[in-house]
Design a protein around this ligand. Sequence first.
Ligand code: ADP
Length: 315
Amino acid sequence: MKKIITIGEIVVEIMAVEPGHGFTTAIPLVGPFASGAPAIFIDQVAKLGQPCGIVSAVGNDDFGVLNVERLARDGADVSAIGVHPTAATGSAFVRYRPDGNRDFIYNIRHSACSAIGLTPEAEKLIDGANHLHIMGSALFFDGIVSAIFEATSRIKAKGGTVSFDPNIRKEMLELPGMRAALSHALENTDLFMPSGAEIFLFTEAMEEKLAVAELLARGIKVVVIKRGADGASYFDAAGEVFVPAFEVDEIDPTGAGDSFGAAFVTCWLRGMESRKALTIANATGARAVGVKGPMEGTSTMAEIETFLHNQGGAA
Ligand code: ADP
């Protein structure tokens, strides 16, 4: 089986229990939960039984232990997660507003994951991998960007593949070097997985079909567009396959895109037909939004099959 890796941040998330605005008064909190987009992605890949690992770093603290134990328990290779001697594991405080938007306080930029780089353990993991998944959020850190680019060239040189989920917050686009890092990632991408209008950050086109055509003409083999509660579309040279989302109550959307991406990449690497892969990925996303906590809604294949069965059909 092909080994999937990602490189990027591991953090904990601490959530406000009740919706409201910000953190300027004392409020009940719940957590810490294991989190970080690359960590959620790799946890979901591991739960599907695919060989996988992550290059990352945590602090010498309980938040680090919580994350590493969780990823190891679910089956990910944690050998390339370094332990920083002084910096703490990154953290994020999150509060939902009544309108569904979120307020965040991040302590990530100067956390342990800002020191992620090409350690000997990281090189070993990269050299044993067949597929690299790039998360836009990880391109926030210079050390991670160079590790990702080195991993990209090593994996592609031996015939491996690259997927890319831009997962980008608007304010990140203005950071020095960010646009160049995103373009470099895109140039090396086989499978591109933007959500909704994110695709237009990468093309001149103003219309989705034209934007997809432009990306396919630039050498990307497959584009998958995540459409939240509307489902997802798969595009390749043969055209579009759309699969609607499952109807579920949305409790917490954090991690849905990462879980969806993990399921789709795993199915794609297993050679699954596009409609079936999208159905499994939609089911994985739907299960993720139904549970509070960023990584608490990740699924095993058996759980996805039960979900699909209860929804009235197999993938
Ligand atoms: P991102 O978090 O990257 O923006 P999306 O919000 O599009 O990604 O969610 C990824 C996938 O998760 C969707 O394509 C869909 O399959 C599933 N999903 C997300 N929100 C819902 C929802 N409210 N109901 C059902 N499925 C959902």
